[in-house]
Design a binder for this molecule. Structure first.
Ligand SMILES: *Cc1c(COP(=O)(O)O)cnc(C)c1O
Length: 375
């Protein structure tokens, strides 16, 4: 059977009765918006992640935007983040008129390098044009960023830390689950994420009671104590009941799937030759949204895989400071050399719970073979 990059079909085959039952229940009770499934998902995920509050929302992008709105991030504010992420991480900052300030990454974990964060904050303060307000570390490919080091920098300047856990639900940092790091965390239920719905969705996690209340208000057009009382600008930021029902069915097998992903990652680590996998430091666990490796021969290796009908994908080909939308606003070529170098060498191999040892051996063998001469 062909190897797929992320096998959502097999997952559906296994969960079909539960998923259909959940969707049918929503169709029967008719509370399509903010139905009981939404509250149950929030309660269950808050408990699982280990935080007091979970606020579901319409996407992972909204899950990042809403805490920034709640904290009044505005033009003139600087928000520190990584140049090696999905566009949404920096986009939300710019949408509010604030300025993303990129901080280069670690060459082995591909996450924000905390040693470069301190000088970046100092440079913004010295220049005096922008006010440092927040940090958005990303748990790239599922691997948590170095939360203790980032929180220490944040504490010195009273900066808000928003953990972008869009890819990392299921990851663990020093005994704490991703989603519980920083002051507030955001995740995504985009179908391709490890805990994915059948449409868009997201969730925000926090222990802060006041922030929870503000986020709940922002989600409903800034509603006040009653529905027709609007006290701030907000969004239509809700998660659909049907998506919550799908997620509840998937949550029942999520831990099992996580351990299968870990099994696959361990098999890769043992079998792969000639490419360098993302480093998982001691005390960290990845949620394995993606299994990514570095190679100086990326294009030929990917071509060999393609020839063998094995999919591989480049995340991310272009660091954010070189995206046309941010070019010249947030940096230029050469400003973040580690991110630029990683972007030229990285690619991701198939990763999902249903890969077999035979699949992994085959992928490793193809990567290790010499490229066949052009015919
Ligand atoms: C997917 C993703 C997002 C955005 O999530 P959506 O649900 O697609 O809006 C944000 N940050 C990172 C790192 C992501 O991977």
């Amino acid at each position: 059977m062909a190897i797929s990059f992320m096998d959502l079909k097999t997952q559906y085959q296994r969960l079909e009765p539960e998923i259909r039952r959940g969707i049918d229940a929503v169709l029967a009770h008719g509370r399509y918006i903010m139905g009981p499934e939404v509250a149950e998902l929030e309660r269950r995920l808050a408990e699982w992640v280990g935080v007091k509050h979970a606020v579901s929302c319409a996407s992972g992008t909204d899950a990042l935007l809403m805490p920034l709105m709640a904290h009044g991030i505005q033009p003139g504010d600087a928000v520190f983040t990584t140049p090696f992420s999905f566009i949404a991480t920096a986009e939300v900052v710019a949408l509010l008129g604030a300025t993303p300030i990129f901080v280069d990454i670690d060459p082995e974990t591909f996450n924000m390098d905390p040693a470069k964060l301190t000088p970046a904050v100092a440079a913004v303060k010295r220049e005096g044009r922008l006010r440092p307000r927040a940090i958005i570390p990303v748990d790239l490919f599922g691997l948590p960023a170095d939360d203790d080091a980032i929180m220490a920098v944040a504490a010195r300047d009273d900066l808000l830390v928003i953990e972008d856990a869009a890819q990392s639900i299921g990851g663990v940092y020093q005994g704490r689950r991703c989603g519980s790091l920083g002051h507030v965390a955001s995740t995504s239920f985009y179908p391709a994420k490890p805990l994915g719905a059948y449409g868009d969705g997201g969730m925000i996690f926090t222990d802060d009671d006041d922030l929870n209340a503000t986020l709940t208000s922002i989600r409903e057009h800034g509603q006040g104590s009653d529905r027709y009382d609007n006290v701030r600008l907000g969004l239509n930021g809700r998660l659909d009941s049907i998506q919550a029902a799908v997620l509840l069915a998937k949550l029942a097998v999520f831990e099992q799937e996580l351990s299968e992903r870990q099994r696959v990652a361990d098999l890769y680590a043992a079998a792969l030759r000639g490419v360098t996998p993302q480093t998982i430091p001691a005390g960290y666990r990845s949620g394995w949204a993606l299994y990514s490796v570095l190679s100086d021969q990326r294009e030929p290796v990917m071509a060999k895989l393609k020839q063998a009908d094995i999919p591989s994908v480049i995340y991310y080909r272009k660091p954010l400071h070189l995206q046309p939308v941010f070019r010249h606003m947030c940096g230029k070529e050469g400003d973040f050399p580690v991110a630029e170098s990683v972007a030229q060498r990285i690619f991701s191999l198939p990763m999902h719970p249903f890969l077999t040892e035979t699949d992994i051996q085959r992928i490793a063998e193809i990567i290790a073979t010499k490229a066949s001469p052009p015919s």
